[in-house]
Design a protein around this ligand. Structure first.
Ligand code: FAD
Ligand code: N01
Length: 556
């Protein structure tokens, strides 16, 4: 048995059904949350649907999958030993390397013995009398805990569009977010990739190299910046390792938790030559940070027009055929959809075996046994790859039947869109927490520091409760509504609402629209939540009532 396999029987079989805390998910968030709860002396368990730890990095094994935040920054900071002993081999590590890192974390901190794999949490109901959560899984287990933490991921509820006829398809189909562990051999195959977001853009160049023919079905063109990925410079690795404290401080001091120095004025204020030089330097550096070349690019229409024009011209220069280049050029504000980071994406369209199918011109009508029918004709294919994304931020939370005080369902509480205090807690749902939930910076920042910040903040809250004899904590309604209004207000000062993005919930038919993350940046967010903590967790109701229950294991 390898260290990645499950080596413990289920909790119920071991007679363990009562916990101080149950964590759902074993990705970056679930693993660190479990570790933190253990540090606090709690009896905790994590429950994970997958048959291994790693979350995103367990599920997304498509060709080309890698991070788009540099690995030195996209990694945990909570353990000095961990960051000193790990060596990243590339500027942007590929999925297998990030997965090995997370497996290493699970082993190094001996987390596996408290992780139940291959198990989905299906329901969690709060019982007011005992102030506990009753948690059910798809294996029929019934567990109980005082605290309930959803670490289920912002991008884990994958979406296969409801195309007519998919069941009739004779070939194979895959979603990038549930890629077979053994890989897929496209040699000699005619392949269609539907979707040109980050997953499509990473996988398309590699699939094109292997497949006999590739059709890319594009609904919306995307902005992508080259990664210029390459092996990690050993000197950079060594220097960072020896100065991690400084490096992590730069992360804390940055707007999106990635070390970067931006300009001190807006792009539209700069003279054209300087602006061009700044954009050129950001382009040469590559990646997501292009969006931060000036601080106002996502806030100011004029500045955004400058960067959009610059990047569009760069995109067009990468494609030989001018009319094809036009079809591949986005028309919404730069960065308003999640910016993609690519390796050879646009050049792929210069290959003879690649055809772009614009679904705006020739809409997809149905899947047929031999392929895909569009209004422009049939595409004969052997394999369909759905790079069609996720029901982001709320999908995995609402997939569980969560009921709070008085049986209120989270699905009902959020019927008009998610309302959450700080993206961490929801009124009516005591002792329940969401790591990087809607209303926190989460997906607008480097996610690993965002996760660590939430887990650390929760660790401090739980310690405060223990020290002051509080049994329950619950977000109050008014502060929650005020926070939601603030999230909306900041979002409306940005250009994000101008694109049909998953940030806005517009990628899922029928989903309530609204900008979900907190767009004020990680520095402002951290200051707010730390201030709230310093004021005795204002906006939270803390209750010291001893509930009518037998607490066998509770140590907080
Ligand atoms: P996840 O890693 O999604 O883990 C959640 C886990 O919860 C999953 O394993 C899931 O199976 C489990 N789960 C969900 N519901 C249930 C249930 N009901 N019962 C049991 N288990 C459940 N972010 C960045 O900042 N930088 C990047 O470069 C980056 N690259 C990405 C690349 C890809 C392909 C994708 C899809 C996302 C990327 N992200 C990136 C975002 C990424 O999701 C986060 O960085 C991070 O990995 C999230 O960790 P998590 O633990 O919060 O969630
Ligand atoms: O998903 P997406 P993703 N018919 O939603 C199209 C992170 N990530 O998996 O734009 C036809 O971005 C859809 O079209 P449109 C990152 O945060 C990071 O690619 O909605 N097309 C779009 O083109 C990212 O943002 C990396 O018009 C349909 C595509 O499918 C997030 O995860 C790598 C359709 C979906 O793009 C999600 O990325 C991967 C339909 N019915 C993921 N429905 C890194 O690089 C959807 N589409 C680190």
């Amino acid at each position: 048995m390898t260290s990645t396999q499950q080596d413990v029987p289920c909790r119920e079989a071991r007679g363990e059904t009562e916990f101080d805390a149950i964590v759902v998910g074993a990705g970056f968030a679930g693993l660190y949350m479990l570790h933190k709860l253990r540090e606090l002396g709690m009896k905790a368990t994590a429950i994970e649907r997958a048959d291994g730890v790693g979350g995103t990095w367990h599920w997304n094994r498509y060709p080309g999958c890698r991070c788009d935040i540099e690995s030195l920054a996209y990694s945990y900071s909570f353990s000095e030993e961990l960051q000193r002993e790990w060596t990243w081999t590339h500027r942007y590590a590929a999925q297998p390397e990030i997965l090995s890192y997370l497996n290493h974390v699970a082993d190094r901190f001996d987390l596996r013995k408290d992780i139940q794999l291959s198990t989905s949490v299906t329901a969690a109901h709060y019982d007011d009398a005992s102030a506990t959560w009753a948690v059910e899984t798809d294996s029929g287990e019934r567990l109980r805990s005082r605290f309930f933490v959803m670490a289920t991921g912002c991008l884990s509820d994958r979406q296969v569009p409801n195309f007519a006829g998919l069941e009739s398809f004779r070939g194979d189909w895959y979603h990038t977010g549930a890629w077979p562990h053994e890989g897929v051999d496209f040699t000699g195959k005619r392949v269609a990739v539907i979707g040109t977001g980050s997953s499509g853009i990473q996988s398309i160049p590699l699939i094109a190299k292997q497949a006999e023919r590739l059709y890319v079905l594009q609904r919306t063109p995307q902005f992508a910046i080259p990664a210029w990925n390459g092996p990690m410079d050993p000197e950079v690795m060594r220097h960072t390792r020896e100065n991690y404290a400084d490096y992590r401080q730069k992360i804390l001091d940055s707007f999106v938790a990635v070390p970067f120095e931006t300009q001190d004025h807006g792009a539209h204020e700069a003279d054209p030559q300087t602006r061009e030089a700044v954009f050129e330097a950001a382009w040469k550096d590559g990646g997501y940070l292009m969006l931060l070349a000036y601080p106002d690019l996502i806030f100011d229409e004029r500045s955004n027009a400058h960067v959009s024009a610059f990047v569009k011209q760069k995109i067009q220069a990468r494609i030989d055929d001018a009319s094809l280049a036009e079809k591949l050029t986005p028309s919404y504000p730069f960065g308003a959809k999640r910016l993609c980071v690519d390796t050879d994406y646009f050049e792929t369209y210069n290959r003879d075996n690649v055809t772009l199918v614009s679904l705006r011109e020739t809409p997809l009508q149905e899947i047929i046994p031999g392929g895909i029918r569009t209004s422009g004709g049939d595409l004969d294919v052997d394999v369909i790859v759905f790079a069609t994304g996720f029901d982001a931020m709320t999908g995995a939370l609402l997939a569980v039947d969560i009921r709070g005080r008085n049986g209120i369902a989270l699905r009902d509480a959020w019927a008009a869109g998610p309302k959450s205090y700080l993206g961490i807690a929801v009124s009516g749902f005591p002792n329940m927490f969401t790591i990087t939930g809607p209303g926190s910076p989460s997906v607008l920042s480097n996610m690993v520091p965002a996760i660590e910040q939430h887990v650390d903040w929760l660790g401090a809250l739980l310690t405060y409760m223990r020290d002051n004899g509080f049994e329950t904590v619950e977000a109050e309604r008014e502060p929650e509504l005020d926070w939601a209004a603030r999230v909306d207000e900041i979002a409306s000062a940005t250009l994000y609402p101008r694109a049909d993005s998953w940030y806005m919930g517009r990628n899922v038919p029928g989903k309530v629209e609204g900008f979900m993350p907190f767009a004020g940046g990680t520095i402002m967010y951290r200051e707010i939540v730390e201030d709230i903590a310093a004021r005795g967790y204002s906006g939270f109701a803390l209750d010291s009532r001893t509930p009518a229950r037998t607490v066998e294991h509770a140590t907080v």
